[in-house]
Design a protein around this ligand. Structure first.
Ligand code: ZN
Length: 669
C-alpha cells in the first residue's frame, strides 16, 4: 500500500528558466540545487536531495549503484502495463521530438512537446492520477504528416471514444472491458472473476498466494482463458533478464546474509513466476530489518487493475534516515498500546500486533510506478496472510516529504483557503510536523491494525477495498493525533498541535483536493475518495453539534472547525465502522459509505474552488527528477567510487532512459 502526498504540498514559482545562463546554455557546474524545476500542463517537476550518500562506504555505494540499475531497467514494463500501445507511441513521439526539422516554436510542435512530457510523466497516454486519456492539443493532420504514425495508432491517440480511461471504477459497468490498462485481453469482468475464484477455491485457503498478480489474462483463439506470466522467460522477459542481471551484480555487496537470501528468492521468483516463491521472498524481505540499505523491485501495487489483482511494476532503492527513524520506532514500540486503546470493537482487534517495523528512509532512486509521481509512504508486503503472520515494513520517505514542503512555501494556497489568521498560524507552526506524524501513524500503525474475522475473504470489498483500507489507516492516524499519549511520548510538542492536521485534512477533504479534478467528473482515485469520505461523513454527522461549518464570505467557501475534540470523537466513530466493514467483509456497507460520501462533487462548489485555485497558478501534481549515479571503475572493471549529481533536465533524463534502458519490444503479447 502506498500513501501519496496531500495537495497542501503545493509548489512555489521558481522554474528552470532561472537556471539558464544569459547565452541560453544551461550552466551545469554553476547550477545551484533547486527543489522546483520545470513546469508544464498540470505538473510541476521537483528534485530531491540524497544527503548522506557521499558518506556511505564504497561497498554500500556499489550496492546502491547496481540496485538503481536494476530499477531503471524495468521502466518499459510499466509503460506496457498501462496500455498496449504506449511503447509504440512513446518511440514514435521520441523519434519525432529528436529529429523534427520544422519550426519547433510552432503551436503544433509546442503542443506535441507538452503531450510527450505528460506521457513520460504518466508512463502512458492516460493521466497518472485521474486516469483519463490525454486530449492532444496538436492537429491529427499535422501529426500524421510529420510522424511515422499508422491510422490504427492515430485513432488511439486522437479518437476520444477509444481507450477512454486507464482504470474505470464506475459502478455497474464491465470494469475490465472499459479499462484501457493492459492486464486483460479479450476477457470480460465476469470471466476474469470466475477464473480467479476457481484458482482461489483450489488453492490454500489459509495462506492464499496473490492470485493473478504477475500475469496478463488472455482469451486465446480457442476460447481458452490463460495467464501469460511476467517472468525471465515469459512475457516481459527481456526486461526481467536485465533486472536479474543487475540484482546478481548487486548481490555480493548486500549488507548481510539474510539480504542475499532476499535477492536470491527475488531472482528465483522472477525466473519462475512462482507465487509461493514470491511469498517466501516477501517473508524474507519483511524479516530483513537490520540493513541500512533496502529496496523493492517487482510487481507490487494493484491500483492499476480495476479488479485489484494485477500488480504494476515499480522499484525504490533507499537507505535509513537514522535521526528521523527514532520517531517511528517510538510508535512501533508502543503499537500494542495503540491497538488496545483504539475505538474499534474488541472482536476486530489484533490480540498481538506483530512485527511492525517502521523507519524513515531517504529515496536514492524512484522507478516504475513510483516515478516521476511517487508515494511518500509505503507499507508492504500486500499479502494479508504474510502481514498477519510476519508483519509488514512501513516506511515514510523523508527526503521526498521534505522536498514537497520546501517547494510549497509561499505558493498562496494557505492564504487563499484557510478560514483566518488563527488557522494560518496553526498551519505554519505545526503543519509540517503533524503531516509527518500523520503519515507515520497511517503507515506504521494504521494499515497494520485490526483483523479480518475468520473465514472473511480479504477481497470481499472488491472495487471499494482500496478506499476502505486507506480510510481505515487515515482514521487511525487522525484519531490518535489528538491523543495525549503522543505528547507523553515526546512526539507532539503540546496538546494543541494536532489541530493543524485536523484543519488541513478537513479543508483538503471538503474543499481543496477537488482542484485535481475537472469540472463534471467524479472522484475516482482511492486516496482521494478516502479523504472525501472522511471529511464529508464527519461534516454531516457533526451537523447537529455544529462541529464543522462551511462558511461563505464574498462568494468564497471556508471550513471552520468549532469543536476539535468532538471532531476527534467523530473520527473514532467512523474508524470503528470502517473497521467493522473491513473485518466482516461487508460489501454493501463499503459501497454505501464510499458512494454516499467519497465519489460525487457538488458542481457549484467545484466551480468555485477551481476558479479560486486557478488564480494561484499552482500545478496540482508534482513529480521528481531522479539524481544521476555515475560509477568510476578501475582497469579490471571494479567500481572504485560512485558519484551522485542533480543536474540532469527532465526531457534529458527521459530520453536517456529511453535510450539506455529500453528493454522491451514495442509489441508484447
Ligand atoms: Zn495507505
Amino acid at each position: 500500500m502506498m500513501i501519496s502526498a496531500l495537495l497542501t504540498a503545493g509548489a512555489g514559482s521558481t522554474n528552470a528558466h532561472q537556471l539558464i545562463t544569459p547565452d541560453g546554455a544551461s550552466n551545469k557546474s554553476a547550477r545551484k540545487f533547486e527543489y522546483n524545476d520545470e513546469r508544464f500542463a498540470d505538473l510541476q517537476m521537483l528534485r530531491y536531495r540524497v544527503d548522506g550518500f557521499d558518506q556511505l562506504s564504497l561497498k554500500q555505494k556499489t550496492f546502491i549503484y547496481y540496485l538503481q540499475e536494476a530499477a531503471l531497467y524495468g521502466r518499459d514494463i510499466l509503460f506496457d502495463q498501462n496500455g498496449k500501445y504506449n511503447l509504440r507511441i512513446r518511440k514514435m513521439m521520441e523519434d519525432l521530438y529528436i529529429n523534427y526539422k520544422g519550426d519547433r516554436k510552432s503551436q503544433n510542435f509546442k503542443a506535441f512537446e507538452e503531450y510527450l512530457k505528460r506521457m513520460w510523466f504518466s508512463n502512458g497516454i492516460h493521466h497518472h492520477y485521474g486516469s483519463e486519456k490525454f486530449v492532444p492539443q496538436f492537429s491529427r493532420k499535422w501529426f500524421q504528416d510529420v510522424a511515422v504514425c499508422s491510422d490504427e495508432i492515430a485513432e488511439v491517440i486522437f479518437n476520444p471514444a477509444i481507450m477512454q480511461k486507464r482504470v474505470n471504477l464506475a459502478d455497474g459497468e464491465d470494469l475490465v472491458k472499459t479499462s484501457a490498462s493492459n492486464y486483460y485481453e479479450n476477457v470480460s469482468q465476469a470471466e476474469a472473476e470466475k477464473f480467479y475464484a476457481k484458482q482461489k477455491a483450489e488453492g490454500n485457503p489459509l495462506r492464499p498466494v496473490m492470485y493473478g498478480m504477475n500475469s496478463r489474462l488472455v482469451k486465446n483463439e480457442n476460447g481458452e482463458i490463460i495467464e501469460k506470466k511476467w517472468t525471465a522467460n515469459g512475457m516481459y522477459g527481456t526486461a526481467i533478464r536485465k533486472i536479474v542481471e543487475n540484482l546478481k551484480l548487486a548481490r555480493p555487496f548486500a549488507e548481510d546474509e539474510q539480504q542475499q537470501k532476499v535477492i536470491d528468492l527475488l531472482i528465483s521468483y522472477y525466473e519462475t513466476g512462482n507465487l509461493d516463491t514470491f511469498d517466501q521472498y516477501s517473508i524474507a524481505w519483511v524479516e530483513n530489518t537490520e540493513p541500512l540499505i533496502d529496496f523493492i523491485n517487482g510487481f507490487i501495487e494493484c491500483y492499476g487493475d480495476p479488479l485489484g489483482l494485477k500488480c504494476s511494476w515499480e522499484s525504490l532503492v533507499n537507505f535509513k534516515d537514522l535521526e528521523a527513524t527514532k520517531r517511528t520506532e517510538t510508535l512501533s514500540a508502543n503499537a500494542q498500546w495503540f491497538e488496545d486503546n483504539s475505538p474499534v470493537a474488541p472482536e476486530f482487534k489484533k490480540e498481538k500486533v506483530k512485527g511492525i517495523t517502521a523507519k524513515v528512509i531517504k529515496a536514492a532512486i524512484l522507478a516504475g510506478d513510483l516515478y516521476p509521481s511517487t508515494a511518500i509512504g509505503i507499507n508492504l508486503p500486500n499479502s494479508d496472510w504474510v502481514r498477519a503472520e510476519h508483519g509488514s515494513k512501513s516506511v515514510t520517505i523523508g527526503n521526498l516529504t521534505d522536498a514537497y514542503n520546501k517547494a510549497a512555501k509561499g505558493n498562496g494556497m494557505m492564504q487563499e483557503f484557510a478560514y483566518g489568521p488563527e488557522e494560518i498560524k496553526l498551519l505554519e507552526k505545526y503543519g509540517d510536523l503533524t503531516d509527518d506524524l500523520h503519515t507515520d501513524l497511517h503507515e506504521c500503525l494504521g494499515h497494520g491494525s485490526g483483523k479480518l474475522l475468520e473465514g472473511v475473504d480479504g477481497d470481499s470489498l472488491k472495487a471499494y477495498g482500496s478506499t476502505i483500507e486507506e480510510a481505515r489507516a487515515d482514521l487511525f492516524a487522525l484519531y490518535y493525533l489528538a491523543d495525549p499519549k503522543l505528547v507523553e511520548l515526546g512526539l507532539m510538542p503540546d496538546a494543541e498541535a494536532y489541530k493543524a492536521n485536523y484543519y488541513g485534512q478537513m479543508q483538503n477533504g471538503l474543499l481543496t483536493q477537488i482542484v485535481r479534478i475537472n469540472l463534471g467528473n467524479n472522484i475516482e482515485e482511492a486516496h482521494m475518495r478516502n479523504r472525501a469520505l472522511i471529511a464529508r461523513w464527519a461534516y454531516e454527522h457533526g451537523k447537529k453539534d455544529n462541529v464543522i461549518e462551511l462558511e461563505k464570505r464574498d462568494g468564497k467557501t471556508y471550513v471552520k472547525i468549532n469543536d476539535y475534540q468532538k471532531l476527534r470523537g467523530l473520527f473514532g466513530e467512523l474508524l470503528a465502522e470502517v473497521q467493522r466493514i473491513k473485518s466482516t467483509g461487508d460489501f454493501k456497507g463499503a459501497q454505501t459509505l464510499v458512494e454516499t460520501y467519497g465519489v460525487k462533487i457538488d458542481p457549484e462548489l467545484h466551480k468555485e474552488i477551481l476558479d479560486r485555485y486557478a488564480k494561484l497558478n499552482i500545478a496540482p501534481y508534482k513529480g521528481f527528477i531522479n539524481p544521476v549515479y555515475t560509477a568510476k571503475r578501475d582497469a579490471k572493471g571494479n567500481i572504485t567510487n560512485v558519484k551522485i549529481s542533480y543536474t540532469e533536465g527532465y526531457a534529458e533524463q527521459m530520453l536517456r532512459y529511453s535510450k539506455d534502458y529500453s528493454t522491451l519490444p514495442l509489441i508484447n503479447e
